[in-house]
Ligand binder design. Structure first.
Ligand code: ADP
Length: 533
């Protein structure tokens, strides 16, 4: 108890904290005979003494240094870098300014976690990270009351204690994977953490006193926005990372991934080099992802195979390996992906749409078929409710406008229809495939086939209007990656074109439409052969 008392006297903290500690030390002295109680009070006092109440690390305002560090660690990601530099600039000028609460949203492997780490180096501040994936208990965030057996502070306070200063970079990983059940709602506890109006007095059940989190630089990451509770979303500044284009991946591979994987495999740069053509081969035919994680893995895999050759004495010790596309094939085997699926016209009744998932954008084929029956509509492919309704709307539109497309209306009474969206095991939802489903159905019924290398996105209304969709940026990056040349998109999304990376904008032809009727002749191309069904 005396030791504790000395520590409290020397502690840099507010009067309130010291008073609370003095009271607990008094209780500690008086409860010497009850081991359970002593244990709890002891943990409490120790935790309180280790908390960084007034311990702040120096604020560095060297913008040039920060820029250099951020560029050294990551290629591109301009928006994130700029936001951090702006923050530093405001700080330098005003000597204050609330730390921003940034949320990086993007597919896996786009550098969210690693840029947060790099931020801490640029700001010269220590860094802590908690993963919120699967956290469903409010007490994990806010702690248990001392009366609980085995009570502990929540993860926020535990990590503040661990990091030892009250202004670190604090990363909240996977904020979109929070869930809630009968054990309380962790999102509401997080709200208190992330709300600048409340976080100067964050209340942890265990420490019982308010803790000031307002100097912490919070940075959250998420794959998708949809599952983040709206009040939380409202408190954060969202920065979207749409995934990398082929050219960006090339630069990242050349400047970062190859060097890192060569070093990790124990080789040196005199023993192995990758040609640009080999990197392009890996990017186009061995990986298909929005980020660069798989790319890093295949580069690593090639390095390890070379290490094996070197170690097993298959080659002269000083031999230098130059990795070209030929070596890639030899070492990794057949190409894993091809552009064949989009090169030719899709089959009758099929059309290529674009989707946006937590793994980034992707293209997907909508398939339709019909068989003798009595006008029933069947939908498969793990479709969510919104997508099902969208398919029904598309079907009704085609049925109602059959005459316009030269479709005999009897086919609807004499056949059953089936719409399927492979692959069947991946859940899909959203209204943006409306235009694709109409196209596939019209193709089925008129025998026209969609132009090759064309994909489309757009919600449709019953009257045939094509309306706005989300995620155009992610979708078009993915379309280019998959070998698409022409994208049909809603006119209402025109403003989003600005956000699309220049490389993608220059390589794809975007055709804006507002009515399905006008879109279909473009989709089928002039040479579309017309036959009556
Ligand atoms: P996320 O958290 O978004 O899933 P990570 O931060 O784990 O992704 O990134 C995966 C890997 O890719 C890391 O090794 C990271 O350094 C690298 N990486 C991603 N983006 C870039 C970039 N722009 N420049 C350099 N390396 C990058």
């Amino acid at each position: 108890a005396d030791e504790f008392q000395h520590a409290v006297d020397a502690l840099k903290a507010s009067k309130e904290v010291k008073e609370k500690l003095n009271k607990e030390i008094k209780r500690f002295r008086n409860s010497m005979n009850s081991p359970a109680e002593v244990g709890v009070i002891r943990t409490y006092i120790e935790t309180m003494l280790e908390m960084p109440w007034d311990k702040t690390c120096k604020e560095h305002k060297d913008i040039a240094f920060a820029r250099q560090v951020l560029d050294e660690d990551h290629y591109g990601l301009e928006k994130v870098k700029e936001r951090v530099l702006e923050y530093l600039a405001v700080r330098a000028l005003t000597k204050k300014g609330e730390a921003p609460i940034i949320c990086l949203v993007g597919p896996p492997g786009t550098g969210k976690t690693s840029i947060a780490k790099s931020l801490s180096r640029a700001l010269k501040k220590p860094y802590v990270r908690i993963s919120l994936g699967g956290v469903r208990d409010e007490a994990e965030i806010r702690g248990h009351r001392k009366t609980y057996v085995g009570a502990m502070p929540g993860r926020i306070i535990q990590n503040m204690k661990k990091v030892g200063v009250n202004n670190p970079v604090f990363m909240l990983d996977e904020i979109d994977k929070l869930s809630s059940d009968h054990r309380g709602d962790p999102a509401s506890a997080l709200l208190e953490v992330l709300d600048p109006a409340q976080n100067s007095a964050f209340n942890d059940h265990f420490i019982e006193l308010n803790y000031d989190l307002s100097k912490v630089f919070f940075i959250a990451t998420a794959n998708i926005l949809d599952t983040i509770p709206p009040p939380l979303l409202d408190r954060m500044e969202i920065i979207r990372l749409p995934g990398y284009t082929g050219a960006e991946k090339r630069m990242i591979a050349k400047q970062f991934l190859v060097k890192r994987q060569i070093a990790e495999s124990g080789l040196n740069k005199n023993q192995i080099s990758f040609t640009m053509a080999a990197l392009d081969e890996l990017i186009s035919y061995y990986t298909r992802e929005a980020g660069v994680r798989e790319l890093e893995r295949v580069i690593g895999s090639i390095c390890r195979k070379i290490v094996r050759k070197v170690v097993s004495g298959d080659s002269a010790a000083e031999a230098k390996y130059k990795i070209t596309p030929k070596e890639v094939h030899e070492l990794l085997g057949q190409r894993k992906y091809s552009l064949d699926e989009v090169k030719s016209r899709p089959a009758r009744g099929c059309a290529i749409g674009m989707a946006w998932t937590s793994y980034g954008g992707t293209i997907l084929t909508v398939e339709t078929t019909m068989m003798p029956g009595k006008g029933l509509l069947k939908l498969t492919g793990s479709l969510g409710n919104v997508m099902k309704e969208s398919a029904e709307t598309a079907f009704s539109y085609v049925r109602a406008h059959a005459r316009h497309y030269n479709i005999n209306k009897d086919v609807f009474e004499q056949n059953d229809f089936h719409i399927h969206v492979p692959d069947g095991a991946t859940p899909k939802d959203g209204p943006s495939a409306g235009i694709t489903i109409v196209t596939a159905l019209v193709s089925l019924l008129t025998r026209k086939r969609v132009r090759p290398r064309l994909s489309m996105t757009g919600e449709i209304t019953l009257s045939g209007k094509v309306t706005a969709i989300g995620g155009l940026k992610e979708k078009s990056v993915a379309a280019l990656r998959a070998g698409i040349k022409t994208v049909i998109m809603p006119k209402e999304n025109e403003k989003d074109l600005e956000e699309i990376p220049e490389e993608v904008r220059n390589s794809l032809e975007f055709i804006m439409v507002d009515e399905i009727e006008k879109a279909l002749p473009i989709i089928f191309g002039d040479e579309g052969k017309e036959e009556k069904c």
